[in-house]
Design a protein around this ligand. Structure first.
Ligand SMILES: Cc1cc2nc3c(=O)[nH]c(=O)nc-3n(C[C@H](O)[C@H](O)[C@H](O)COP(=O)(O)OP(=O)(O)OC[C@H]3O[C@@H](n4cnc5c(N)ncnc54)[C@H](O)[C@@H]3O)c2cc1C
Length: 434
């Protein structure tokens, strides 16, 4: 009698899901102890914290994106293109939406996929808190497609400005949300303008750029210590960014943003980066417990509260911290959760006890493009938070991405990738120009 192999399905190949699929492939897939299947709605993976660089063109997505099919073949798991819409816990099946091409032609009909163990790792989307006009007029930087849209619209605006030969006063860009995304994007825009000027965009320099960063709270980067917020605020102001704090956006129109204080912020291009939520279809998906922003509520083992065979990791999971509050939606959390979920899945298969996930805050850093990097790191020796700035901070910031690459490719291949990156800096333009 043949028994079928256990099927472990991971939905979402992002910062957490792809690391987990890779490690499960190594531990179980290659030796045929279990079938590991990764499902993602895109063909390729791009580490999400790089999206603001794709948006401004400092990074060419075509070079850094990783093909799921190729990676799966090399690491002992399978990849299926698909978009989760529903979970049926009784039959242990997933419902995946139909796939159509850009002309609307049906490529793959909707389908069911069986699982024995499931890991939901499908990330988050921007939360517009129902603010009128935001969906229609602002760009959300949630995925590479939206980052590319921003890039095209930005280049068009700069082209129009440059061709106007002085008849247009400024290029107005407004960014809502003073978290890492908004702060990093504001600084990247000044880098993009500097580069475009050097490539011949006549009349375009930092004085032609009018970037307004709008934050509802008292200070930008509220998750970081006040000293770092103040340093970043100062750096941005020095670059030319108009930073507005304690300013609530009440609606967006085609021409700009209205604020609660009655100001109208004129903008040719608007980005909304003020808070996250799990996608709306996740609300009570499969009868599981979800919170008010649609995240799946998990136990400290990362299993969902109502089903031990379903795990959730990363931005779509709501995991309570013993000290109160919740694990923050960050790449470092997704990375750590992927490691704990791996250990717990292996233990669960062997009937061994599962371990609790403990969030380790290694600090947070924000890159102000080529200008500087600021942030706080948890000093292990000092047992506290220390402020870092400049080159050391830049090094640590980049190493967060390197850790992700090492988890996916190992040390040798990551070293080769760094070498290719250095060569590309010599061989290719410093900005994606098309
Ligand atoms: C511009 C920007 C800058 C950031 N900077 C930092 C930073 O400096 N440091 C930091 O720690 N964090 C940063 N973050 C946050 C960080 O990117 C996220 O916390 C992290 O990526 C979450 O990982 P995840 O695995 O949960 O989800 P993601 O990495 O978002 O991956 C989710 C995956 O699920 C797929 N998916 C979504 N829906 C479906 C579906 N229905 N079916 C199938 N697949 C689906 C997506 O295609 C994607 O591949 C930044 C975020 C942004 C947007």
């Amino acid at each position: 009698m043949t028994t079928s192999m256990e099927k472990i399905v991971i939905i979402g190949g992002g910062a957490g899901g792809l690391e987990l699929a890779t490690q499960l492939g190594h531990k179980l897939g290659r030796s045929k102890k279990a079938e590991i299947i990764l499902v993602d709605r895109n063909h390729s993976h791009l580490w999400k914290p790089l999206l603001h660089e794709v948006a401004t063109g400092s990074m060419d997505e075509g070079i850094d994106a990783l093909s799921y099919l190729a990676h799966a073949r090399n690491h002992g798991f399978q990849f299926q293109l698909g978009s989760l819409t529903q979970i049926n816990r009784e039959n242990k099946t997933l419902h995946l939406a139909e796939i159509r091409d850009s002309n609307g032609e049906l490529l793959v009909p909707e389908r069911e996929m069986a699982y024995d163990r499931l890991v939901v790792a499908l990330g988050s989307t921007s939360n517009d808190f129902g603010t009128p006009g935001v969906k229609d007029h602002c760009i959300f930087l949630d995925n590479p497609h939206q980052a590319r849209r921003f890039h095209n619209e930005m280049l068009n605006l700069f082209l129009r400005f440059s061709a106007s030969e002085g008849s247009l006063e400024k290029v107005n860009i407004a960014i809502v949300g003073g978290g890492a995304t908004g702060v990093e994007l504001s600084a990247e825009l000044y880098n993009a303008v500097k580069q475009l000027h050097s490539y011949g965009y006549k009349g375009l320099d930092s004085s032609s750029l009018n970037v307004t960063l709008v934050e509802a709270g008292e200070r930008i980067l509220p998750a970081l210590p006040p000293r770092i917020s103040a340093a970043a605020h100062q750096e941005l102001t020095k670059l030319g960014v108009r930073v507005l704090t304690q300013t609530m956006v009440t609606s967006a129109t085609e021409e700009g943003l209205n604020t609660k204080g009655g100001e109208f912020i004129n903008a040719d291009l608007m980005v909304w980066a003020a808070g996250i939520k799990a996608p709306d279809f996740m609300k009570e998906i499969g009868g599981l417990e979800t919170n008010r922003i649609n995240q799946l509520v998990v136990k400290d083992t990362l299993q969902t509260t109502l089903d031990d065979d379903i795990y959730a990791i990363g931005d779509c999971a709501s995991c309570a911290l013993p000290s109160g509050g919740f694990v923050p939606p960050r790449a470092q959390s997704a990375h750590q959760m992927a490691s704990r979920a791996l250990e717990n899945i292996l233990a669960q298969r062997k009937g061994k006890p599962l371990k609790a996930y403990v969030y380790k805050d290694h600090g947070s850093l924000v890159s102000l493009s080529r200008f500087t990097t600021v942030g706080s790191l948890m000093g292990n020796l000092m047992r506290g938070s220390m402020m870092v700035e400049g080159r050391i901070a830049r090094f640590v910031y980049i190493s967060l991405y390197r850790m992700h690459q090492i988890a996916l490719h190992g040390y040798f291949k990551t070293g080769l990738m760094m070498l290719v990156g250095s060569l590309n800096r010599v061989l290719r333009p410093r900005l994606k120009l098309h």
